[in-house]
Design a protein around this ligand. Structure first.
Ligand code: ZN
Length: 287
């Protein structure tokens, strides 16, 4: 599943092609992805200009000139592909879907500088989805989310307040999207290792200094993954169809049985299942 750094990588890859572009036509090759496309989806997009491409948690959020919001979630295997027709570079097409048989949405855009841009959405497993909202309408996907982990609203005092009196394990609390938006299993494992906090600790037991170092660690692991082009995994391709390559840089995730990479630590990385998810950690240096 793409995590926040992959989605941010996709956003940064797409933005130069679609921000400022006017949507000429939208073609749906099927009536649904994970959910049916909403009524009026095509007519609500056609004729609109994409004024901004943002991200909230793992959602791509395209703001439209007419006051709408085009929301996309990549699910497990979704990817956006840009074929800049003026450049005529078919090599940019998604390598794992060369035949295009999993392309479910095609939007033809006109960008003020690039000319015609063909934006397509491919999703072999179809766990992704799209929706369309008025900017000021309630949005069930994003309204209850906590602060962005890379934004200013995530701070030591904020997190201390949210962890106060919580008896559940810190690992599980950090995965609660109402506490921090968009933080997934891989980066929670990595941030807890970097800040030397055991994933099983009761969330309310963390000292203030530990919370501060956890906030720093969360930003650090996400920013490193974004800088490397996104992290995952076999089904992920960034907006121009290249694989992210950060997966070799994880410290603990997927490293069960390996030596702990922390300098001076003699521990071995263990895997345990917590709340149905694999937790990778070092039992020696994480307390
Ligand atoms: Zn260790």
């Amino acid at each position: 599943m793409p995590e926040l750094p992959e989605v941010e990588t996709v956003r940064r890859g797409l933005a130069p092609f679609i921000e400022g572009a006017k949507i000429q036509t939208v073609t749906l090759n099927r009536p649904n992805l994970r959910f049916p496309f909403p009524k009026g989806f095509v007519s609500g997009l056609e004729g609109q200009t994409i004024t901004h491409l943002g991200r909230r948690a793992k959602y791509l959020v395209a703001t439209l000139s007419g006051g709408g919001v085009w929301l996309s979630h990549l699910g497990m295997t979704g990817s956006f592909l840009v074929a800049d027709q003026r450049l005529d570079e078919p090599s940019r097409l998604n390598q794992h879907d060369q035949a295009g048989k999993h392309v479910h949405v095609v939007a033809e855009l006109v960008h003020p500088a690039r000319g015609r841009v063909s934006l397509s959405y491919s999703d072999p497993r179809r766990f992704g989805f799209m929706d369309l909202f008025a900017t000021d309408a309630p949005n069930p996907f994003t309204d209850s989310l906590g602060p962005e982990p890379l934004g200013n609203d995530l701070s030591g005092p904020y997190l201390a307040d949210r962890l106060k009196n919580k008896k559940g394990p810190i690992k599980t609390v950090l995965l609660d999207q109402r506490v921090i938006a968009g933080l997934g299993n891989i980066y929670v494992c990595e941030a807890l290792h970097l800040s030397a906090i055991a994933p099983h600790r009761a969330a309310g037991s963390l000292a203030r200094a530990e919370i501060e170092s956890l906030v720093v660690a969360i930003r650090q692991v996400l920013e490193a993954a974004i800088a490397a082009g996104g992290s995952t995994l076999k089904d992920f391709a960034n907006a121009e169809g290249q694989k992210g390559y950060f997966q070799h840089s994880f410290s603990v995730y997927g490293h069960e049985g390996d030596h702990c990479p922390r300098a001076g630590c003699m521990g071995t990385i263990e895997r345990q299942v917590q709340a149905g998810r694999s937790t990778f950690f070092c039992p020696v240096c994480q307390h």
